[in-house]
Design a protein around this ligand. Structure first.
Ligand code: MN
Length: 501
């Protein structure tokens, strides 16, 4: 996949100035290293926080920002004004910075040494006003950033920085994202379509279309022995139903499913893609709609969207790269409702393509007919998502801009068994209630396709939206419709009048 599994760095920049003299600046450097050390202990994202020498002049600041912007490993920059660093010194550097910015407002000491404090101490620990001078300039330059306030060893500070660090990884994914579409958009469908040029300008993602024959030809070239070898992996890692197992009556269907996986994977790897789409209306000579293959590729971090839905696929790849190890993130669709008795619930699923990273048990590989598409019965993994707090997120194109919408959900065990449902599924209780959630979601123009995650935090998603300069509409336990309608109106005005702020 394109540049997803590399080593990520976040650079830690400390501001000061030469006025303080060598002795004090030495202390500044030592304390700054110590602050970073303490911060590091509570940052759990897979990034290296890299200390850089204290910045004291406009030239050094500009050079550091240019270097950060040019370095492919650097996904973000944290700044902290340990002492007073006059902010005109930062204008050229901030102007040059092309990476996400976090302003850490902290100081080296937690408590004031009341009994011994003197003017030397006061002059060394000046972030309280140094950071305000700096922040004024960042605001004046309208630079999007996250501000985190607190002592460096604080767990809260660490968790805010962690959320942002994951967002910088997501942004790096977005900037390098390559998506392969097999077939175009499902005929007549609106929300899955959109402006791919605008998406590339805003998010960096490149969305490219392939005729489905590219995949058909690649499947035809996969050898039986390679497919049989993959079937052995399936039998080892999943509960494969008897009819699909080696020597089972329908084993050949599993072999064909394995060929689709091998072919898809090789095309994606050769082209450095990290996301893809399919369209059941456009399968050419493919004998099955890709199901198991898509599920397995999603589990390996690939984004996916059905029916040509490149926006959900891209968002899936982004959120997967922001998913902590052991967490789950999947393509999802609001499928059908349970209005009661008991709490109102959403049953989410898709025709086949739900990612097993959200599963609560070992998936079963089964084969069943598919009501639409007119193809052979496709093989697929069947499982139920494990209970967890989570959220569903979508990205829609409103014509004049993109909008992200997220809804906090509680994934729950299904109220009863589902013996006749032949697809993977998730059952959830949306916040604040199904009624308000669905009303708000639809007023905001949200998609029926989403990315469901049980571990990318709401804060990380919010940080990502700020970095991407994309509108985010959040629906959660505090959503109340009268205020929500007004928020949409204000937000529309804001984004039309001042979209770059
Ligand atoms: Mn769909």
């Amino acid at each position: 996949m394109a540049k997803v599994n590399k080593k990520y760095e976040i650079w830690f920049l400390t501001g000061s100035q030469n006025l303080y003299g060598e002795e004090t600046l030495k202390q500044v450097a030592e304390q700054s290293k110590l602050v970073l050390e303490q911060l590091q202990k509570n940052v759990s994202a897979p990034v290296d926080l890299v200390w850089k020498p204290v910045l004291k002049t406009p030239d050094a600041i500009r050079r550091q920002m240019l270097d950060a912007s040019a370095d492919d490993n650097c996904v973000g920059v944290i700044t902290w004004m340990h002492t007073f660093s006059p902010a005109k010194m930062w204008i050229a550097g901030l102007d040059a910075l092309q990476k996400p910015l976090l302003h850490l407002h902290t100081q080296a000491n937690q408590s004031l040494p009341w009994a011994t404090i003197d003017m030397d101490f006061m002059n060394l620990n000046q972030a309280a006003h140094g950071d305000r001078e700096y922040a004024h300039m960042v605001s004046r330059m309208s630079i999007a950033r996250k501000v985190v306030v607190g002592e460096p060893a604080s767990k809260t500070v660490g968790s805010h920085v962690t959320a942002w660090a994951y967002a910088t990884i997501g942004w790096n994914t977005s900037q390098n994202l390559k998506l392969a579409r097999f077939g175009d958009n499902m005929r007549y469908v609106s929300v899955t379509d959109g402006d791919k040029v605008s998406a590339q300008m805003q998010f960096g993602m490149s969305i490219e279309q392939f005729g489905v024959n590219t995949l058909v030809d690649a499947v035809a070239k996969v050898s039986d022995s390679a497919a049989e070898a993959l079937c052995e992996v399936y039998e080892r890692d999943y509960d494969v139903v008897a009819e699909l197992r080696k020597n089972g009556a329908r084993h050949e269907s599993l072999v064909y499913g394995a060929k689709i996986e091998i072919a898809l994977r090789s095309i994606l790897e050769a082209g450095d893609f990290n996301a893809f789409t399919s369209n059941f209306e456009d399968l050419g000579e493919l004998r099955q709609l890709p199901g198991l293959a898509v599920q397995r590729l999603m589990a390996d971090g690939y984004g996916f969207g059905g029916e040509g839905d490149w926006k959900t696929s891209a968002l899936g790849a982004i959120l997967k790269s922001m998913t902590p190890t052991g967490g789950g993130t999947s393509f999802m669709e609001d499928y059908t409702y349970h209005f009661g008795p008991g709490p109102a619930l959403v049953l989410g699923a898709h025709m086949l393509e739900v990612c097993p990273t959200i599963s609560g048990q070992k998936p079963r590989i089964e084969i069943h007919p598919l009501g639409i598409g007119g193809k052979e019965d496709p093989v697929r993994m069947v499982f139920t998502a494990k209970p967890a707090e989570g959220r569903v997120v979508c990205l829609v194109d409103l014509g004049d801009r993109f909008r992200m919408i997220s809804n906090e959900i509680e994934i729950v065990d299904p109220t009863e068994d589902l013996p006749n449902l032949p697809v993977a599924r998730a059952v959830w209780k949306p916040q604040p209630s199904l009624e308000t959630s669905a009303e708000a979601w639809m007023l905001a123009g949200g998609s029926h396709h989403t990315v469901l995650t049980n571990s990318v935090t709401a804060e990380a998603i919010e940080d990502f939206a700020r970095i991407a300069k994309v509108e985010l509409v959040a629906i959660d336990e505090s959503t109340e419709m009268r205020a929500f309608r007004k928020e949409l109106q204000w937000s529309a005005a804001y984004h039309r009048l001042a979209e770059r702020l």
